[in-house]
Every structure is written in C-alpha cells, then in structure tokens.
Design a protein around this ligand. Structure first.
Ligand code: ADP
Ligand code: ZN
Ligand code: ZN
Length: 728
C-alpha cells in the first residue's frame, strides 16, 4: 500500500508518495488524517489524501511515514472535499490550501484536543473597587473597567499583573472550552415587513418547504436597516433545530460591539475565529465548533473552513468587503467558497450588504441568487441628507474647506459627534524640495514615501521600508523641504487647532497597532469621550455610533479615475458605507462630501439616486467593456529582482498557453504591472479572459502544472489569481 500525501506549506501542486509506518495505524488510513513525514532533511506535517497500490516512483526509493498523528480524519468528509475542490478551482497547492484551513497548532502537529486556557477573572474585591481609586494608574483603571463589564479577559499584560498583586484579579487555567459569563440580555425586535420576509424565505429554505429550492439569498439592506436583526432571528431557528450557524465578517467589523450583540441575544457558546485571538484560543474554539459545542461561529475569512458538526446556515456579512479575498499565497474568496460550501452541505447561504458587490448583484439579476431588500432604516431613523462641496476654487486648510469647517462647528455646537473620513494615513504623502523639485521616493518601489510626523520618519506604504526624514534636500542641500498633501495625522493636527475645545479620536493602522487599542478607542467613542472621530476605512465600516450626526468625506475623487476597473465600485461602496454612519438613531444625519468633480455622472447618480442605481449604471459600463462580472479573469503575476526577467518568463507562459489552443480564452499581455516596481522587485502580469469559466479552467488545468515544471518557473516568483480583485 502506498500513502499519497499533501505536505503542509509546500507550494508545489502535487502530492508525495510514502509507505505506511512500520507499526501500521490504529485507526486505519482514512483520507484526511495527519501524518508526520521525512521531507528533505526535515520532518513535515502532511495530510493523507488517498491510498493507492502503485506509485510512479520505485518502491525501494519510497520512505515510510514517521508517525500517524490522528486516529480519525481532522475534518468532516464534506469539508475535506471542499478543500480539494478549492485547490483545483484556484489551481493552488493542496498542501497550502489545507494549511489555510487548519489552526496553527494543528499545522504544527499538535494533537486535536482542547488546550488549557488561561484567563484572568475579576475578584469580588475587584468588582467592588471604585475605579477612581486607580485614577493615578489610567491603564490599570481602564483594564479594571473592562473587567467589571466583561468579568474576565484572556490576555496578560504588566497592568494585569499589577491588578493581580492588588488582589483585584485572579489568574485561572481551565481545561476545555469555556464561555465568558452571560451578559445583559436583549430581546428580539418586532420585525418590519421586509425583515420578516427575509427571515421567512431563509426559514423556508431550511425546511425544504415551498417551491423555492435552496439558493443563496442576497440581502440588500440600506445602512442601519436591521440586517443584523434578521441574522439573529434566522440563527434563533437554526439553533432551535439543533444546528450551528457560521457567520463570516470582515476583519474590521469584528468589533466587540458585533460580538456583544450576539452574546446579548444568545446565552450559548459562541466561537470566535479572528486575528485578535491567540492560537490556543482559536484552536479551542475551532475544536468546539467541530464538536458541535459552539452553536454559533463568528469569524473572518479563513473561518469559512471551520468544521461544523451540524451546519445549519452560513451568513456572510458585508459580503462586498475586500477582506474576504486573500491577496497572497492561496488567493481564495471566502464569499465564493461560502456559496460552494452551502451548496455542498445543502444549507442556505445568506449574503448581506448595504452595498452588494457587482458580482453578487449580477448573480441576483441572472436568477442564481434570490435578492431581498430592506429599503428603509429600522427603528425610525431617517436616511442622512447628503450634500456636495465643490472645492475646486476654494482655499483649503489641509483638505478642510471653509463651508465644511462651518458645518462641523454647527454639529459640535448641537452636541453631535462628527466623523471625518480620509483614506490616507500618515502626515503628508510627499516631501518636496522647493529649491530643486526633488521629492522623496522609496528606491525599492519608486513611489513617494509618506512622512509620519510622530515617528519623524519617511515610510513606504508599499514595502514598509523606512528612513529618517532628511534635514535638508539630499540633491541641492536646500532647507526648504515642504510637506505636500495631508493624511490623517496632519488632519488631526489641523482639527486640534481649529477646535481646541473638542477631543479628536484618530483611528487608522498607526493608532491601533497595539492589541486591544481599537477596542479601547471604540469604547471611548461610545462613552462620548471624543466629539470628533477621524479615520481611514477602519472607521468607515460596520460601526454603529449612535451620536454621529455629521459625516465628512474629505476627498471623494480618488476612486473616480483609478486605473483599476473596480475603483468606481469600491468608491461607491465606501462613500455609501461611510455616509451610513450618520444619524443612525433619533438625530438626523448629514453627510458632506468634498470633491473636485461635482459633475461626475456616477458620483451624481450615487448621491442623488443611491447605490442601487449607481450600481446599475456602472454595471452597464462593465458590460460594454466585457469586464467582470460579464467575463471571467485569471491573472498570472510574476516578479523578479532582474528588470526583464518577469516579462520574459510571462512571454514563455503566453507561448505555452497559446500552444494549448483553447478557443474562447483571450490572452492579454504580458505587460508590466500597474505598480511596476515594489520592494525592489520588477513585476509583470499576464491576463487570461473568457466569457465562460469552463474554457478558462480547461486551459489552466494543464498550463499551471506545466509552468511549475519549467526551469524558469523556479527562477522568478510567480502566482495564479483566479477571479482577481485588484489588478496591481
Ligand atoms: P444594519 O446591520 O443593517 O446596519 P442594525 O441591525 O445594526 O442594521 O440595525 C440598526 C438599528 O436598528 C439597531 O439599533 C437595531 O437594534 C435597530 N433595529 C433593527 N431592527 C429593528 C426593528 N425591527 N425595530 C426596531 N429597531 C430595530
Ligand atoms: Zn533640492
Ligand atoms: Zn517601498
């Protein structure tokens, strides 16, 4: 007997043959068990794919596996086959696909049993302690405040150790999967008609009743229309039926608020799978989901692969969000795989968004998905009033126009919070010499450095490279170096000058790097500690800030003329989502948008008639240009430190592709990538396009292994991106 094995983190698109271990296997050789195998000079973890009688390699050269790790397959059969299908759809190495699906400790060969969890629990004395007694230790105070609300936390810190010394907290370790204690509960809302219809449609699919077969439901609900309430009531039924619900969310919106809403509704174990948790916590939750102990699983992208004992539904919230697509290695779309998984498991899939992706709208149009609308805000909140500020001939104070500053003042005087959106972090995007025209660029990417004032350094946002700000121009020696343009750091400085009496909370990657700092900031915002919220898209999505009455978009233009064909779609989504943060409760919201293009037809449609009409118009343009979703793309990228190597390699790939002579597939390029140089490497791309998926995959199936086996394929770095989202 020969064991055919996929080896984790080996990027090769093939399996490897081994002999069974001398001692045999207690549980037999069922596909999906983990094994340890010698690979080169190392021991690696692999997954048994199948057993066969014959190998292409002579038997005397085969090695036996070192150890059988699992007595039963790690994943249920349906999930195992989903992974195989994913590997073939994305033309990616099965070893890396499997790796993506497993929690880190399991990738490393740990046994699949509940790890011991360390938690920090507040003591009775801690509960009774007056927070003001810690006023001289603000971080301890903050931590204790959280503990008083949540009762226990899992991360250690010096501040936690201080609280332990004071007897306010105890450290406990527990075996097995445990849940934080129950929080204050929240009763279901009485649904409005549209919400009820959405719940009914999905329930009917679950029952297999009616003549609507199971097909994905796209729930298009304006911001604040109560989509989450719909999810909660659907999930209630899933749980009543003894099944589990999987909820996928973008990284950004996995705020404590979202989780809190689920906890308040359900006094049940909820598994959380996202990057904010350590690998042992994730393993514990993953195993609890697999065992059926966790009734609800909330997670980001890779949670689409979580094993469930009795799956009942998959919900993808904010389905348009770019974070569902992985941009490196195994470039899968969790949304698309959720659809596939639902089909395989025979369970409903619900995609929700205020701004559905054009792909999903198209699938609804063609009848593949069923579309349902939530057309008004729940609970009586009114849609915000939107106005454009034409900034073409205005004097601006760091991207802030006088009419905008005036509006901000009005709202602040009325005690509203204001939210200011700019999708650019740092202080200034360019450092420029007035003497000779020199500007600072990253030598590895040939793109401007962004100046970060707090660090006093120039930072490349593409490769992460940094260097100190030069004291004078390196070309001409002039001291007249000027910061051109503005990012969030500079706007924060300007706002503090204009509104010295108000506090500004800045939320971007730079201010939220430390673990837990995003949560802290959000809590401060909800407590009303800040009147002005300033941030990048981290602040724009999913949040519910009841006191925000004015939303200002400082620069709406960047999406209008992007080189990427998806730029407009993304702009429309972002503007709609940001605007949707305004006036979500009793106070009427207002949105002010600064632009240099007040007559741009798509922008006008978006603002005057809303996202659905905007999408229709933009989709018509896509159709004319035969771009997705009206055609299908695969991008083959290559990069090399040698200037011409990537292009040459792709020219060869092109010839190989032409050799396969598949009709109905257009081969475009190779061309240099839109961002040609990045991190010191020269990049190029070859685009394969077809009106149908099938011929595209018929071409890729032999082409990709053929590329892999060429000598050149080992000299340049290359990758395949099926259904690419960004084109650089
Ligand atoms: P979305 O997820 O669509 O942005 P939410 O679910 O956050 O919307 O709902 C917005 C607000 O409306 C929340 O405060 C929620 O509690 C409330 N809400 C939702 N459904 C109802 C309803 N049927 N009646 C009253 N209030 C509701
Ligand atoms: Zn100069
Ligand atoms: Zn760089």
């Amino acid at each position: 007997m020969i064991l055919r094995i996929a080896i984790l983190s080996v990027p090769l698109r093939r399996a490897f043959d081994y002999l069974p271990p001398a001692g045999g296997s207690v549980g037999g050789y069922r596909p999906g068990i983990r094994v340890k195998v010698p690979f080169g000079k190392q021991q690696r973890i692999g997954i048994l794919l199948e057993t066969t009688a014959k190998s292409d390699i002579p038997e005397e050269r085969l090695k036996p596996v070192t150890e059988i790790i699992d007595s039963a397959p790690l994943l249920p059969e349906s999930l195992h086959s989903l992974l195989l299908r994913s590997a073939s759809y994305y033309h990616h190495a099965i070893g890396e696909v499997y790796e993506t699906a497993l929690p880190v400790p399991l990738r490393q060969g740990r046994y699949a049993k509940q790890p011991e969890q360390v938690i920090y629990r507040i003591t009775e004395r801690g509960i009774q302690t007056d927070l003001d007694s810690l006023s001289r230790a603000p971080r301890q105070r903050q931590l204790l405040e959280r503990l008083q609300q949540e009762r226990e936390l899992s991360g250690s810190s010096t501040f936690m150790r201080e609280l332990i010394k004071k007897g306010l907290v105890v450290r406990e370790s527990r075996a097995g999967y445990n849940q934080p204690p129950k929080v204050e509960s929240d009763a279901p809302h009485q649904l409005n008609g549209e919400q009820q219809q959405a719940v009914d449609v999905v329930h009917k699919q679950m029952d297999g009743a009616g003549n609507d077969p199971i097909r994905p439901v796209l729930l298009e609900g304006v911001t604040g229309s109560g989509k989450t309430e719909v999810y909660l009531q659907i999930i209630q039924r899933v749980i009543d039926d003894g099944r589990q619900a999987l909820v996928l969310v973008p990284e950004i919106s996995l705020t404590p608020q979202t989780v809190q809403r689920f906890r308040q509704r359900f006094d049940l174990p909820i598994a959380l799978l996202h990057s904010g948790r350590n690998s042992s916590e994730r393993l514990g939750d993953w195993l609890a989901a697999r065992a059926g102990e966790a009734k609800i699983v909330i997670g980001t992208r890779s949670a689409v692969f979580v094993p469930l004992q009795s799956p009942g539904i998959i919900i993808v919230d904010e389905e348009h969000d770019g974070s569902f697509k992985q941009h490196e290695g195994f470039r899968y779309s969790a949304r698309d795989l959720a659809i596939l998984r639902g089909k395989q498991e025979g369970i409903p899939v619900l995609l929700g968004s205020a701004t559905p992706s054009f792909e999903s709208l198209h699938n609804a149009e063609s009848g593949k998905y069923r579309k349902l609308l939530l057309s008004s805000r729940a609970g009586g909140a009114k849609p915000p009033e939107i106005s454009l500020i034409d900034v073409r001939s205005r004097k601006m104070e760091h991207l802030l126009s006088a009419p905008l500053i005036e509006k901000m003042r009005e709202h602040l005087e009325q005690d509203g919070q204001i939210l200011i959106f700019l999708n650019r972090r740092g202080y200034a995007p360019t450092l420029f010499c007035r003497g000779c025209g020199w500007s600072s660029a990253c030598p590895r990417c040939e793109i401007h450095y962004t100046f970060h004032q707090k660090k006093n350094r120039l930072v490349c946002h593409h490769c992460g490279g940094e260097r100190p700000r030069p004291p004078h121009c390196p070309e001409c020696g002039s001291h007249e170096l000027t910061d051109i343009g503005a990012g969030t750091e500079r706007i924060e400085e300007a706002l503090q000058k204009i509104f010295p009496e108000h506090s500004v909370a800045r939320i971007d990657r730079d201010t939220t790097r430390r673990r837990g700092s995003m949560d802290e900031k959000l809590q401060q915002i909800h407590a009303g500690d800040h009147q002005i919220l300033l941030g990048t898209q981290m602040l724009a999505k999913g949040h519910h800030f009841p006191k925000v009455t004015l939303v200002a978009i400082l620069d709406a233009d960047s999406g209008l003329f992007g080189s990427d064909f998806r730029a407009t779609e993304q702009m429309g989504q972002l503007i709609t989502q940001v605007a949707g943060r305004a006036g979500r409760e009793s106070m009427r919201g207002e949105v002010a948008i600064q632009t240099h293009n007040p007559d741009h037809p798509l922008l006008l449609t978006l603002l005057q008639r809303g996202y659905p009409d905007f999408a229709k118009q933009a989709l018509a343009e896509r159709k004319l240009a035969a771009l997705p979703p009206y055609s299908h793309l695969t991008l083959i990228r290559a990069e090399s430190s040698k200037p011409q190597a990537a292009i040459h390699f792709l020219q060869q790939v092109r010839e190989m592709a032409v050799g396969h002579a598949i009709s109905q597939v257009e081969i475009l390029g190779p061309v240099p990538s839109p961002m040609e140089k990045r991190a010191g490497r020269y990049r190029a791309q070859l685009l394969l396009q077809s009106s149908y998926r099938k011929p595209l995959h018929q071409l890729l199936a032999p082409l990709i292994p053929a590329i892999e086996s060429t000598k050149e394929g080992r000299k340049v770095r290359w990758s395949v991106d099926v259904d690419p989202i960004d084109m650089f």
